[in-house]
Design a protein around this ligand. Structure first.
Ligand code: VG1
Ligand code: CO
Length: 546
């Protein structure tokens, strides 16, 4: 018979959540009390979870199941009323958000390190989402961090053998109902309510329209099978790497040109495949490809906004739109034409939550392969794929010409992000500090024939709760309209990752087909001249270019 017990603990001083939850190496999470401390701190910040309903699930990576059992025991010992857990402790991030909203839960815990590699030597992560289904705000994550530094004990169960998570069902443990649920159904039903499944089914049944979806051995496999194959009639061959593996097959489950190279090569090599897409570890990111080319996420967001009226769920129009600051300004042009507001927020989905809850925006996105809408409070990989399929069906045009038409209308916003991964933190901080020290002197100066117009360090004030987030990245604007943004990643687990974002608008169709890396080369040179990346990091070239 399980009994609730209180276990004295010692604190860890490194439990500060980053851009999206707490992410650490698996071995760090496996330390005694490490996970428990973070979970108890979260419960405490919520004012306890007595009588509350929570969801629980993750992306299926190594340590997912063990962590889930630990959390179940703690939730019971802390007096939760009801705990709804995805079968096998699986819930993609968007599915968790959908489930929280559907059942009116008080929140949920998501076990994921998203696009970070998994496996015993890989990363693990955990984050808390609130009753709106969205990531906890910065104030809440800061409060959790403060609580982890003063915690003295946590509550768990003794004599608890765990719950059988492999079968759907209901178990009472002390006063808590623990329900194991189908991780896919609520999400798949939601998708079916948003899009024209009939039109997509017809498109997919056309033998000339071939597509591939790459789940990268991560969580979206079962979701893609249910939605694309079972509900939309796609052939089994559509699914690539759709068997989830705890180590994601040893790969990096990040849908970009580098890590989803198999899919990119397929779309480049096989002229018969009209559409390709991939998703990340926890299913909230998407990459979309047409035959022989890739759609930059910033462009994807702009296209979705410009065409939203063609989709059943958005046929009455958009309340407004938003993008993270480093995302290109392509969507701003669409918003202007639609006559709706366009908000610019710091990096990370948590900043979109208040805008959606207050009805200010309907669609939003980030350059990091994240797009979504107010149907949930997370970015949503398969949603974006279905949106594109619905558009291709409604416009009876391939992805490529939809994008081309968009550029003809709005001009093309060339965009690229250069990542320097695993650099020494001191070097990265020195680069950022040197840049900030020079910010005021930059306007008027010329670098590689590009003159700086203004430069600043981005701050955001939330229009709903008034909270201010400072130091969200350095922005350098040039007189020709180009922009460079620089910031350090908040999702890595070793060293620092320097992210540099470049964008420039072009109206002349003669340039639309130029390769982005070539078009932006003068801006890259100006960036090097200003930041001296080579000098500070010793690196000659970025590790990842998108
Ligand atoms: C990165 C992306 C950011 C995204 C975050 C979480 O953060 O740049 O846009 O919201 O990952 O995405 P950072 O701090 O490393 O730049 V995911 O798919 O990990 O939930
Ligand atoms: Co993710």
């Amino acid at each position: 018979m399980p009994t609730a017990v209180e276990i004295p603990t010692s604190i860890y001083s490194d439990q500060k959540p980053g851009t999206s939850g707490l992410r650490k190496k698996v071995a760090v999470f496996q330390q005694t009390h490490y996970l428990e401390n973070f979970v108890q701190a979260t419960f405490n910040v919520l004012g306890g979870i007595q009588g509350k309903t929570l969801t629980l699930g993750g992306d299926g990576r190594f340590y997912n199941l063990e962590a889930a059992q630990t959390i179940i025991a703690m939730a019971v010992a802390n007096g939760a009323k009801r705990l709804v857990v995805g079968r096998d402790a699986i819930l993609s991030t968007p599915a968790a958000s959908a489930l929280i909203r559907k059942i009116g839960a008080d929140g949920g815990l998501i076990l994921s390190a998203s696009h970070n590699p998994g496996g015993e030597d890989g990363d693990f992560g955990i984050k808390f989402n609130g009753a709106n289904g969205g990531p906890a705000s910065e104030q809440v994550t800061n409060a959790i961090y403060e609580e982890t530094k003063r915690l003295e004990s946590y509550k768990t169960l003794s004599d608890f053998a765990g719950i059988d998570l492999s079968e759907i069902g209901l178990t009472g443990v002390l006063g808590t109902e623990v329900e194991v649920t189908d991780p896919v159904a609520v999400y798949a039903d939601l998708m079916e309510s948003l899009f024209d499944f009939k039109a997509i089914r017809e498109l997919i049944s056309n033998p000339r329209f071939q597509m591939r979806f790459d789940a990268m051995h991560a969580v979206t496999g079962p979701y893609a099978r249910e939605i694309l194959v079972n509900r939309l009639g796609a052939a089994e061959a559509t699914l690539l790497h759709c068997e989830p593996l705890p180590d994601f097959g040893g790969e990096h489950p990040d849908p970009n040109l580098v890590h989803a190279k198999d899919l990119v090569d397929l779309l480049n090599g096989d002229q018969m495949i009209a559409f390709g897409a991939a998703s990340d570890g926890d299913g909230d990111r998407n990459m979309v490809l047409g035959t022989g080319f890739y759609i930059n996420p910033c462009d994807s967001l702009a296209v979705l906004c410009a065409n939203a009226h063609l989709i059943p769920a958005y046929s009455t129009g958009l309340a407004g739109v938003a993008r993270s600051m480093p995302t290109s300004r392509a969507v701003d042009r669409v918003a202007e034409q639609l006559g709706v507001d366009c908000w610019e927020t710091p990096t990370g989905w948590k900043f979109f939550g208040n805008l959606m809850d207050s009805g200010r925006i309907t669609l939003c996105g980030e350059e990091s392969f994240g797009t979504g809408s107010s149907h949930i409070r997370e970015k949503d990989g398969l949603w974006a794929v279905l949106f594109w399929l619905n558009l291709i069906a409604a416009r009876a045009q391939p992805a490529r010409s939809i994008l081309r038409d968009h550029w003809e209308r709005f001009g093309r916003d060339f965009f690229s992000r250069h990542d320097y991964e695993g650099i020494d933190s001191d070097q990265a901080n020195a680069l950022m500090q040197a840049l900030q020290d020079r910010l005021e002197q930059l306007p008027g100066q010329e670098f590689e024939e590009l003159r700086v117009e203004r430069a600043d360090n981005f701050s955001y004030q939330d229009p709903v709760d008034g909270s201010v987030s400072n130091n969200q990245g350095v922005r350098i604007f040039f007189e020709n309209g180009a922009r460079i943004v620089v910031r350090l990643s908040g999702t890595g687990t070793s060293g620092a990752t320097l992210r540099i974002y470049f964008d420039q608008h072009e109206r002349d169709p003669a340039y639309f087909s130029v390769y982005a890396q070539r078009f932006l080369a003068p801006l890259f040179a100006a960036g090097e001249a200003i930041m001296q990346i080579r000098h500070f990091t010793g690196r000659d070239a970025p590790d990842v270019i998108t």
